[in-house]
Design a protein around this ligand. Sequence first.
Ligand SMILES: [Zn+2]
Length: 176
Amino acid sequence: MQECLAGLVASFSSFSLPTASVSSFNAPMHCPRCKEVDTGVVDSRIAEDGRAIRRRRECPKCAHRFTTFERQELSNLIVVKRDGTREPYSRSKIERGVWIACTKRPVRQEQIDALLTKLEEKWGGNKGEVSSATIGNDVMRALHKIDKVAYIRFASVHREFKDVEEFKEELGKLFK
Ligand SMILES: [Zn+2]
């Protein structure tokens, strides 16, 4: 466990979110069996009363077939940022941050889909606005239940720990 903690602390200092524009990002539909990234669509149909598209996909590498749901973004939700400015909510932007935290962790696309869909129901129930702090905290809490390493990576970005000591303290609480 000590080695594990040391490794996490070491990776903390080098871990940060890229600042490049992420609005055009689409989550990779990798094969859940062999992780091949370039999977093909076999069939598409409308689901959830038009709010989602259900796609059957097939992996060209291992021929595994699986289903994905691609959802419309919450088009009328506004995110209030820390500095008070506002921008339209973007699921793909948040999903990208989550996936960066989940890099090389045993986390499945379905888990992230379910996590975000559930939280969007909550955020969408607000008065059309949600703060970026709320989004960050909610995602953090949900990630904690899925994968502890992904959680601590996400938290290290979202919470902006002051120094390594504060980060270690959070890790200590987590692995007690
Ligand atoms: Zn495959």
